[in-house]
Write a new protein. Structure first.
Length: 382
């Protein structure tokens, strides 16, 4: 972002570029994760607009990027950085912005009253792998504030009110818990006496959680500012170490005070922990690559990073596996993707270990694919 400002000193023009990029990323996310592409095991491409999912991973990145970009463009002053004090003076308004967003999240999560609510469900005997077409209603008893559990948290309440129940994610991670699946930690049929919320929709990339996730972008900005303004390895490493330690310790303190680590809710404690751990990883990689100059063993990460968007679109959104599965022999199950996974499960005599091996094979494949794209000079950018 600093480079963009140097190339385009006009703040309004730079803001327009940031907004345009965020909009393109958001639209791409809706296309990929809005429900039109049904995933590996369903060779269909269709979406009822009444059930389109508006939010997702790319949409979250778009919102976080836009908030961080606008803050970098408009909230950073022209103070020359030559000491820790001047560093704070230059960026303190951005830090205040991050604190305000965090305070807003905490206030809404613990202050909003969540009433009883109901949702449409297919049947009480539905399973997640084999749903039926019968429609009924389930009621969730809430009437409280400050809950961080699956059925009555304010994160889901805000999404239901502003986005609508029909536009939320239908298979959240809660459905893999012991309360909701006899195959936990995988999806599966409902156990006896499963609570009603097991069939409820919940978007892990919802509005409130995305607001909190945007603060992670401010953490990334801080690490980037250190890289720009600290000129020696020792200064950078000490600054990252200090920031990462403060973030991690703060996360654990909040967890001890009653705010659990929760990625679906993207709690403040989780954000702090994730930011701190990310800082430690950045410090480790910087030490290996830039200080010790051990680069070749980590070149795969560089290739992936240079084409992160195209790898995410083709791999994480299952666009490429779905395309490959479209070619089968006599039966849809007889395709290269499923055959490879079944073969590895047979070799390891375990579904879990075979699936893990399959995932590792996928990672290696996409590392090599990223290498090929890099050698050809092919990069996908928005």
């Amino acid at each position: 972002m600093d480079g963009a400002l140097q190339k385009t000193p006009n703040k309004i023009a730079t803001s327009k570029k940031a907004a345009c990029r965020a909009i393109k990323l958001f639209i791409l996310g809706v296309i990929l994760q809005g429900g039109y592409i049904h995933g590996r095991h369903k060779l269909t491409y269709v979406i009822d607009l009444d059930h389109i999912r508006w939010l997702g991973v790319l949409q979250r990145i778009a919102i976080g990027y836009f908030l961080a970009a606008i803050s970098e463009i408009w909230l950073v002053n022209n103070t020359s950085v030559d000491s820790p004090v001047s560093f704070v003076k230059k960026y303190f308004v951005e830090w205040i912005m991050a604190i305000v967003i965090s305070a807003l999240y905490i206030g809404l999560v613990f202050g909003l009253y969540v009433p009883n609510w109901e949702f449409k469900v297919q049947t009480s005997s539905s399973t997640f792998s084999n749903p039926t077409n019968d429609i009924g209603f389930k009621t969730i008893q809430c009437g409280l504030r400050g809950s961080l559990g699956p059925p009555c948290n304010a994160v889901g309440f805000v999404d239901r009110v502003l986005l609508g129940e029909s536009h939320l994610y239908k298979n959240p991670v809660y459905k893999r818990t012991k309360e909701c699946s006899i195959n936990s930690p995988d999806y599966g049929p409902l156990p006896p006496n499963a609570p009603n919320w097991c069939l409820a929709p919940f978007d892990p990339e919802g509005l409130l959680s995305t607001l909190m996730a945007a603060v992670s972008c401010f953490v990334g900005l801080h690490f980037g500012h250190v890289l720009i303004h600290c000129k020696t390895h020792s200064q950078r490493m000490m600054s990252w170490l200090l920031a990462s330690t403060v973030l991690t310790v703060s996360g654990f303190l909040l967890q001890l005070l009653g705010m659990p680590f929760s990625k679906p809710l993207y709690t403040v404690s989780y954000m702090l922990l994730a930011g701190g751990v990310s800082g430690f990883l950045l410090l480790l990689l910087y030490c290996i690559v830039d200080v010790i100059h051990i680069k070749k063993p980590l070149i795969l990460f560089q290739w992936l990073g240079m084409n992160a968007l195209i790898v995410y679109v083709l791999a994480a959104c299952e666009l490429f596996p779905t395309f490959i599965q479209g070619f089968y022999w006599r039966s849809p199950e007889n395709n290269l993707v499923d055959a490879t996974e079944s073969l590895l499960q047979a070799i390891f005599h375990s579904k879990r270990w075979g699936t893990l091996a399959f995932v590792l094979v996928e990672i290696i494949f996409w590392c090599l694919a990223a290498c090929f794209l890099h050698m050809k000079g092919i990069y996908l950018k928005l």
